[in-house]
Ligand binder design. Structure first.
Ligand code: SAM
Ligand code: SF4
Length: 323
């Protein structure tokens, strides 16, 4: 499937809940105000949705949220979506709070890629950023995920001012001990985080310089890198990545479509345009109608988020869209 700018669309990011148990300072600083899971897609609706995308040629799927592991049926959802014909890669993005318990079951259910968001390895700074304690269990959960053999395990670190050299070195040391990918992601401005963004935004190139000073060098692009520039270092089985959403190349290779927890399709992480899919996901609606509805949206995918020109509105937070 191609969009109007010749980009090959094959990657679906699917939010399965808007609820979250963290209060990350750049995302949900006041905590999650969502009540129970009244309007989220059921496991059956998720299954129908992913089957439709797969029929349209999508083969890469990531489950996100909110915090996806707060869904009591998350292992069942992973298992069902892993069995959809044509889905070759199934990832999950999590804050890691339930990972230590869930890693073996997620692996057995067919998860192939796990991204754990972890912004600090210092317990106090971790608590300041996320509003909760429990760093130790998340670190243990990441190591458990490697131990049980989830094929790709990545740690995502949002770049925030105050990320001191000592902290960077802690993450780098982790990549020396284990075959982990640690990816530093530049903070993006959302509607609710404008003031936080102004005080905490750290441009990705500043970190890149620090990595190069420590002997890290850019690696040839790999098809699994996504928008990250990956760097390697002799003696480290792990790798480090830098994701710079404000750089030009971020949109030119965008291959993603997003669907929110209540079944609204979004063509770009930014902007307000949403196409409701839920009515077409009901059993009596027919596969063909669902496929045609989804397919009809692709040509409208914008060429760029135009963040630097501020022509697209930014969402209030990424918790509803899944980042
Ligand atoms: N709760 C899960 C988690 O934190 O991994 C999944 C949802 S969360 C919205 C997905 C990703 O978006 C996380 O890696 C988080 O750090 C990132 N994110 C949220 N707000 C962001 C922002 N303003 N700038 C950059 N990344 C952000
Ligand atoms: Fe929750 Fe993830 Fe947002 Fe943090 S980034 S508040 S863990 S949804």
């Amino acid at each position: 499937m191609q969009d109007g700018f010749g980009r090959d669309l094959h990657y679906l990011r699917l939010s399965v809940t808007e609820r979250c148990n963290f209060r990350c300072a750049y995302c949900l600083p006041e905590g999650c105000r969502r009540p129970a899971e009244a309007d989220v897609l059921s496991a059956d609706e998720l299954d129908r949705l992913v089957r439709a995308f797969s029929r349209l040629g999508f083969w890469k799927l990531r489950i996100t949220g909110g915090e996806p592991t707060l869904r009591s049926d998350i292992v069942d959802v992973v298992g069902r979506l892993a069995r959809v014909p044509g889905i070759r890669r199934l990832g999950l993005t999590t804050n890691g709070s339930r990972l230590l318990d869930l890693a073996p079951a997620l692996r057995a259910a067919g998860l192939t890629a796990l991204n754990v968001s972890l912004d600090s390895l210092d317990p106090e700074r971790f608590a300041r950023v996320t509003g909760v304690s429990g760093l130790e269990s998340i670190v243990a959960g990441v190591e458990k995920a490697l131990e049980v053999g989830i094929p790709s395990v990545k740690v995502n670190v949002v770049l925030l001012r105050g990320l001191e050299d000592l902290e960077i070195d802690r993450f780098l040391e982790w990549t020396r001990r284990l075959p982990l990918h640690v990816r530093f992601i530049e903070l993006m401005q959302t509607g609710n985080s404008a003031a936080f963004f102004r005080s905490h935004h750290l441009p990705a190139h500043e970190l890149r310089q620090k990595l190069e000073q420590r002997g890290w060098a850019a690696l040839p692009k790999d098809s699994t890198d996504g928008p990250a520039t990956m760097l390697g270092h002799l003696g480290h089985p792990g790798k480090v990545g830098v994701i710079a959403p404000y750089s030009n190349s971020f949109c030119s290779t965008c291959n993603r479509i997003r669907v929110s927890a209540s079944g609204a399709l979004r063509l770009c992480l930014f902007g307000n345009q949403e196409i409701p899919l839920r009515p077409a996901l009901q059993p009596d609606a027919g596969e063909d109608a669902l496929d045609r509805l989804i397919e009809s949206t692709f040509k409208a995918k914008p060429q760029s988020h135009l963040l630097d020109q501020e022509t697209l509105s930014v969402p209030p937070t990424f918790a509803a869209i899944g980042g």
